[in-house]
Write a protein that binds this ligand. Structure first.
Ligand code: SF4
Length: 179
């Protein structure tokens, strides 16, 4: 993905892109919010997922992602980012490197950001780094299985986010969600 140029944000009239169907807090609900990608592809096979970018995981180097964030802050006063990766923490070492760079550059003091991932691709070290790098979220999904509920609860406790709404669905049980 390093061969892809940075999106030509200056060519967009961002005010025209106010509506984002996934969540009202997300991209372009105000002009200071931007969408980024670090990764394309997901190796999992959840039945309900289209996996727009296929099963093969490709990633931008963390240095390039951090550079893009800096440009969005400096040129467009970005305050909130949505990483539109299918599974943001698919590679924990990558996530740790990215979060460390964000913190080292002080970008975490200027932006907060969100992403989508699986709780089984997280651990305490990754969660704490993400939190310190500006990660915020206000909605979580899990299945109705005790193990999945407890895993999510652990993640929410670590992130000091136990107050957010949780949506449970039997459709997210492994038996139903995997091909
Ligand atoms: S882990 Fe997420 S992105 Fe990957 S197949 Fe399942 S729902 Fe889709």
């Amino acid at each position: 993905m390093d061969t892809l140029p940075m999106p030509a944000w200056h060519l967009f009239d961002l005010k025209k892109y106010k509506e984002y169907p996934f969540r009202d807090k997300m991209i372009n609900s105000n002009p200071h919010e931007f969408l980024l990608q670090t990764t394309r592809g997901c190796p999992y096979l959840c039945k309900f997922c289209s996996r727009n970018f296929g099963n093969k995981v490709r990633q931008k180097s963390p240095n390039i992602v951090v550079e893009e964030i800096a440009v969005l802050i400096n040129l467009f006063n970005a305050q909130y980012l949505l990483f539109a990766d299918e599974t943001f923490t698919i590679n924990k070492e990558y996530t740790k490197k990215l979060c460390t760079l964000i913190i080292e550059r002080g970008l975490n003091k200027k932006i907060s950001w969100s992403c989508a991932t699986r709780v089984d691709k997280l651990d305490k070290e990754v969660l704490m780094l993400m939190k310190n790098a500006g990660f915020e979220f206000d909605l979580a999904f899990t299945s109705v299985l005790k193990r999945a509920i407890l895993t999510l609860w652990f993640a929410l406790q670590e992130m000091d986010r136990i107050w957010i709404p949780i949506q449970n669905s039997w459709r997210l049980n492994e038996r139903h969600s995997h091909r």
